[in-house]
Design a protein. Structure first.
Length: 565
């Protein structure tokens, strides 16, 4: 190990390992913005297939607010992508934590210059850069960037994370003393009970059932008495609001007690990116698919490998015995300790079921622990072992060009492969064909299609209906802020609108007088932008050429000339 590497490792090791698990430095980091911190999202918040790994700080519906380094450090990573974090910056700090700033509009001038040199060298807007350790040093409170809305962001805000530098685990940024005003209790939206073994029942049902509750004088909730037998569990839908904003954010901790004993307790202090997809075992995924609401279950369902549990007894499941009575108490907390509590009285009694629901039977019983391969004629589907958390009857329905591979009521943890046989189509037609996923409304969404002769395949983690589709229409390109042969001397940038009707835009490239220029692509607004500061033009007349290619290879070239002095 070189001396330099040794010092890097020591630098990274310095902090977290010397601290206890729940001790975080409280007075080292300053806030990343100089406005009051109001959150549009909390750490651990339930998102699509993942837990939110940071906090979303509102930026007053604006872009361009200065973003400050929360402490001294060195930039370890800069990433620019059309999706995800957009423009993002990572700074490692001497205490062993790395701060992450995402959806940025642009970087500070020095960093911007450093990044653009690399973008021009690689001829790519999307880049991922790992500067040498110590190459770009940052001082606490220095402006590192300006807040924006780039990548998968649906409104101006700063996505901010604090990770453990060594293992990359994101930690809750509010554990470091950043001030966010919150005297508001979490809100309970709905309460649910689940029969969990074959002869269990809740209120004469052998399926999930929603429970009624009412508010009591002391602010807690009391559910109507539940009549149950066998192994049961509970789940809640809840959100937390901070002060000064209406955003419905995630709660910090959910604790379940039965007759005073803790049966389950989990919180969002930290988690790892490798486990984040197991969110689909925490929530009731089927319910989410139907109602777009996320129930967090207070028991550990099959396949759940989350490390967020502080305490578990009997996996949070409750054995209800005939003739006994129980008090289940669920406490929902935010990070400030504001708590909402619901009490559920349960009596053990077996009553006739009102209607017995049977799990849907199909000819195909999928055993989750083994590989499963199904030939559906026009297509085949291959599931590697442990693609799913549980065994189930999979619904497979082949059609002419379309196959139904169950529906998205069951979560897949791993990618599986769908292959189509396109041999019925002539070669020329196959060129513009691709595999698409059909939305519930029948809209075709392009899937990354690998073509091997007449065989098309794609990998996905979503069950649903897939089809072969065709795109013969090339992308469209249209200037937004200039015209042919126009004088653009006072213009700061060029803007164009690009779009593709079906398969979507795969790539684009632009030149000015034959030299590659950097165009920033913002898919949300279908906009390509060129900044005139990038290149000093040596000619009065400039020839612009922009080529855009869609996902099946149709391409369009746009030419225009303008004048500039
Ligand atoms: Zn975020």
């Amino acid at each position: 190990m070189s001396m330099r590497l040794v010092s890097v490792v020591l630098f990274l090791l310095a902090g977290p390992l010397l601290l206890g698990q729940s001790q975080y430095p409280k007075d080292v980091f300053q806030p990343p913005l100089d406005i009051p911190l109001i959150l549009a999202g909390t750490f651990g918040e339930l998102r699509s297939n993942h837990f939110h790994s940071g906090i979303d700080i509102k930026t007053q519906q604006r872009q361009g607010l200065p973003v400050y380094a929360i402490a001294d450090g060195t930039i370890t990573r800069i990433k620019i992508s059309h999706w995800g974090y957009g423009k993002a910056l990572y700074i490692a700090h001497p205490n062993g934590y790395t701060s992450v700033y995402a959806h940025l509009q642009k970087f500070s001038p020095e960093i911007e210059k450093y990044v653009k040199e690399i973008q021009y060298r690689k001829k790519s807007y999307e880049v991922e850069i790992y500067p040498d350790f110590g190459e770009i040093k940052i001082e606490k409170g220095g402006i590192i960037a300006y807040s924006g809305n780039t990548g998968g962001s649906s409104g101006p805000h700063l996505h901010f994370e604090i990770r453990n530098s060594l293992n990359e685990k994101p930690t809750n940024p509010l554990l470091y003393g950043l001030e966010v005003r919150d005297a508001t209790n979490p809100s309970l939206v709905s309460l649910h009970a689940y029969p969990l073994n074959s002869d269990a029942q809740v209120n004469q049902s052998n399926e999930r059932i929603q429970l009624n509750y009412s508010k009591q004088a002391d602010g807690t909730y009391l559910a109507d008495e539940v009549k149950a037998i066998g192994t049961i569990g509970f789940g809640i839908n809840a959100y937390d609001r901070q002060d000064m904003a209406a955003n419905k954010n995630g709660v910090f901790e959910i604790q379940q007690l039965v007759n005073g004993r803790v049966y389950s307790d989990f919180d969002f202090e930290s988690f790892s990116f490798s486990e984040t997809r197991y969110i689909n075992t925490l929530i009731d995924y089927t319910y989410f698919g139907r109602n777009k609401q996320r129930i967090q279950r207070c028991f550990k369902a099959p396949g759940n490998r989350l490390s967020i549990y502080k305490e578990l007894f009997n996996d949070g499941k409750i054995e209800i015995k005939e003739g006994l009575s129980y008090t289940v108490e669920i406490r929902i907390r935010d990070l400030e300790g504001n708590t909402v509590t619901v009490y559920i009285p349960v009596v053990g009694i077996r009553e006739p079921l009102l209607k017995k629901s049977e799990a849907k039977q199909t000819p195909y019983l999928l055993k989750s622990k083994q590989t499963n391969n199904y030939d559906l004629g026009i297509a085949s589907v291959y599931f590697p072992e442990n693609t799913f958390y549980e065994d189930f009857h999979i619904d497979l329905q082949p059609g002419r060009d379309t196959v139904k591979i169950h529906d998205n009521s069951i979560p897949a943890h791993k990618n599986f492969t769908i292959s189509f046989d396109a041999s019925a189509y002539p070669q020329l037609e196959r060129k513009s064909m691709f595999i698409a996923r059909l939305s519930r409304k029948g809209k075709a969404q392009y899937m990354n299609t690998y073509k091997n002769g007449t065989s098309f395949s794609t990998r996905t983690r979503e069950l649903g209906t897939y089809t072969m589709a065709q795109d013969t229409v090339p992308p469209k390109i249209r200037p937004r802020n200039f015209k042919q042969k126009q004088w653009l001397t006072n213009y700061r940038y060029l803007s164009l609108r690009i779009s593709d009707d079906l398969s979507g835009i795969a790539s684009y490239t632009a030149t000015l007088n034959g030299e590659w220029i950097l165009m920033e692509y913002e898919p949300k607004t279908s906009t390509l932008t060129y900044n005139f500061d990038d290149v000093i033009l040596d000619k009065k007349q400039c020839n612009l050429e922009v080529t855009v290619t869609d996902n099946v290879g149709n391409s369009t070239t746009f030419n225009s000339s303008f004048f500039r002095r």
